[in-house]
Design a binder for this molecule. Structure first.
Ligand code: IDP
Length: 137
């Protein structure tokens, strides 16, 4: 069964949207495998976003993702990676469809509520950054 990594970012936690994100993923039929509340350190953030290291928005992204608690999670289900991304909507909330998490709750591109893996390989890599195998239930 496919697994994906989803994280409610600091803006989502600050705005009280953790339950809303979980509700939508559960309602769709994905199953929660692991979850915790953590303060992402600059070291963790650097590993997570290493592919964006040379992008102009990298500094802003790291300072945002380390700005408060986040809720990393592992979800499982049929085509979990694609399903979670569809529920989230496109990266830029301005373009995200109404009915998606970003479409309904966000406006700024950096503060877009939620992260979701973009492939099964990214999911495996990101899960191993945030969770040890014993933490998956
Ligand atoms: P994704 O989160 O939809 O997979 P990515 O392209 O992997 O999107 O970008 C990672 C994160 O970096 C985005 O969720 C967003 O918070 C931030 N980001 C992406 N593009 C920009 C940009 O042009 N300006 C500022 N932040 C950006």
């Amino acid at each position: 069964m496919a697994q994906t990594f989803v994280m409610v970012k600091p803006d989502g936690v600050r705005r009280g949207l953790v339950g809303e994100v979980i509700r939508r993923l559960e309602q769709k039929g994905l199953r929660l495998k692991a979850m915790k509340l953590i303060q992402v350190t600059p070291e963790l953030a650097g590993k997570h976003y290493e592919e964006h290291r040379d992008k102009p928005f990298y500094g802003e992204l790291i300072s945002f993702i380390t700005s408060g608690p986040s809720v990393p999670m592992v979800w499982e289900g049929r085509e979990a990676v694609q399903v979670a991304r569809t529920l989230m909507g496109t990266t830029d909330p301005v373009k995200a469809q109404p009915g998606t998490i970003r479409g309904d709750f966000a406006l700024a591109i950096t503060e877009n509520i939620v992260h979701g893996s973009d492939s099964e390989e990214s999911a495996e890599r990101e899960i191993s950054i945030y969770f040890s195998p014993e933490e998956l239930v």
